[in-house]
Write a protein that binds this ligand. Structure first.
Ligand code: FAD
Length: 159
């Protein structure tokens, strides 16, 4: 099994797209991530996985807080900005939820305090204790097989 085969297999898992954001001394940094999942209901915990080369890694370790912003279908450009896929720098404004920086228009804004950190291979897993949530009624952006997608309405089946 080579790296490409592993990446291709993992890409077959259709996901939403999030922007993880954190704030160190008023300096907000964001990063696009789809390695996100819910962990526990009581207490309310989520997990994110951050690569060892990502600049946001040390920032989350410093701030001990982060937000997860589940992007809406019309926020593909934000995903590209925070994945470093656009050449020119774009200014992005952040709102605040429980003091954490969050993106306006996201389907869900999830504010977290770091509750545990696990180094696993070349990624670090941050377990986040959820401190607040804000929801919007919008369709999510989807990522599958390396491409951005949108949900399609299932056609009603007539029998
Ligand atoms: P940088 O490369 O420093 O920042 C990324 C970009 O965000 C830069 O262009 C920067 O200018 C911009 N930016 C940051 N803060 C701001 C701000 N305040 N205002 C405006 N622009 C800003 N990597 C993972 O580790 N885990 C994942 O789960 C993951 N999932 C991904 C899912 C998708 C769909 C994609 C496309 C990429 C994913 N990546 C993931 C890769 C990751 O997004 C990139 O490698 C990213 O560039 C690394 O971020 P960094 O912290 O090094 O930030």
């Amino acid at each position: 099994m080579d790296d490409r085969q592993f990446r291709t297999a993992m890409g077959k898992f259709a996901t939403g797209v999030t922007v993880i954001a954190t704030d160190v001394d008023g300096d907000v940094h964001g990063m696009t991530a789809n390695a996100f999942m819910s962990v526990s209901l009581d207490p309310k915990l989520v997990v994110i996985s951050i690569g060892e080369k990502a600049r946001i890694l040390e920032k989350i370790k410093q701030s001990q807080t982060f937000s997860v912003n589940i992007l809406a279908a019309d926020q593909q450009e934000l995903s590209m900005i925070f994945a470093g896929q656009l050449k020119e720098h774009r200014e992005v404004e952040f709102d605040r939820l429980d003091g954490k920086p969050v993106l306006n228009g996201a389907v869900a804004q999830i504010a977290c305090d770091v509750s545990a950190v696990h180094l696993e291979g070349d990624h670090t897993l941050f377990i986040g204790r959820v401190t607040d949530i804000h929801l919007e009624d919008a369709e999510p952006l989807i990522f599958y097989s390396g491409k951005y997608r949108a949900l399609a309405e299932e056609k009603a089946v007539t029998v």
